[in-house]
Design a binder for this molecule. Structure first.
Ligand SMILES: [Zn+2]
Length: 89
């Protein structure tokens, strides 16, 4: 079932070089008006800087299938769950 789950992402930090970022620490981003989510934003585990790395489509899809959070494209605010439904708590 969960055979192809990404545990960490191989990325490059400008300061630290090649690093492995836990998938739980990364966020899958999206280019503004592009449907392809091919950018991962993460915090470097060594220096703490926010970095982003481009991933190929396959990696992007695997990440989306993992528990990684997916950032909505800029301009789209998902506010559907802001107010709880009465009676079904
Ligand atoms: Zn770093």
């Amino acid at each position: 079932m969960a055979d192809n789950v990404i545990a960490s992402i191989r990325a490059t930090c400008e300061r630290c070089g090649t690093i492995d970022v836990p998938a739980s620490d990364a966020r899958l981003g999206a280019a503004a008006d592009d449907d392809v989510r091919d950018e991962v934003v993460f915090r470097c585990p060594r220096c703490g800087e926010i970095r982003s790395v481009r991933v190929d489509e396959r990696t992007s899809r695997l990440l989306a299938a993992t528990s990684i959070a997916v950032l909505p494209p800029a301009g789209i605010a998902p506010d559907r769950h802001s107010s709880g439904t009465p009676g079904s708590r």
